[in-house]
Design a protein around this ligand. Structure first.
Ligand code: THU
Length: 128
C-alpha cells in the first residue's frame, strides 16, 4: 500500500536527521504526481533559526528536481533515539510551503490517519 511505503520512507530518512540542538528527529517522504518519492530530514544549525524542517527539505529537493505536482507527504517525528509513537503534525511554515504547490486535497499522512491540507491550513497567504 502506497501510504505504508511512504511512511516507511519517512521513517528511514528520519535516521539521517541532523538535530544536534533539539534532539528531535523528523523524517518526511513526499510523493510526486509521477510516482517519485523525495525524502527529507530536519537539518539544524548552531545559529538556531537557520535550521530547516524535514518537510521543506523534501519539497525543495523535489522542486529543484523539476517537480511541481504532488499527491501526498508522510511525516514522522520523535525525540532522537526513540521510535515515533505520536503523530507529528507539520509546522505552520511547512503548511504554507505545501500550499504553494498543493491544493486542499493534498494528503498529509501522519501516524494516526490521513489529514487533508485544506483542513490543516484553511486560509493561506496569497500574493494577490
Ligand atoms: N521540525 C520538523 O522537521 N518538522 C516539523 O514539522 C516541526 C519541527 C524540526 C525542526 C527542528 O529541527 C526540530 O524539529 C524541533 O523543532
Amino acid at each position: 500500500m502506497m501510504y505504508h511505503a511512504l511512511m516507511q520512507a519517512a521513517e528511514r530518512v528520519r535516521r539521517k536527521a541532523y538535530c544536534e540542538y533539539s534532539h528531535f528527529a523528523v523524517g518526511a517522504a513526499l510523493l510526486a504526481e509521477n510516482g517519485t518519492i523525495y525524502t527529507g530530514c530536519n537539518v539544524e544549525n548552531a545559529s538556531y533559526s537557520l535550521g530547516c524542517c524535514a518537510e521543506r527539505v523534501a519539497f525543495f529537493k523535489a522542486v529543484s528536481d523539476g517537480q511541481r505536482n504532488f499527491q501526498a507527504i508522510a511525516i514522522c517525528g520523535a525525540p532522537e533515539g526513540e521510535e515515533p509513537s505520536k503523530p507529528c503534525p507539520p509546522c505552520g511554515a511547512c503548511r504554507q510551503v505545501m500550499a504553494q504547490f498543493c491544493g486542499d486535497d493534498f494528503e498529509v499522512v501522519l501516524s494516526d490517519r490521513i489529514h487533508l491540507l485544506g483542513a490543516l491550513l484553511p486560509t493561506r497567504f496569497k500574493l494577490e
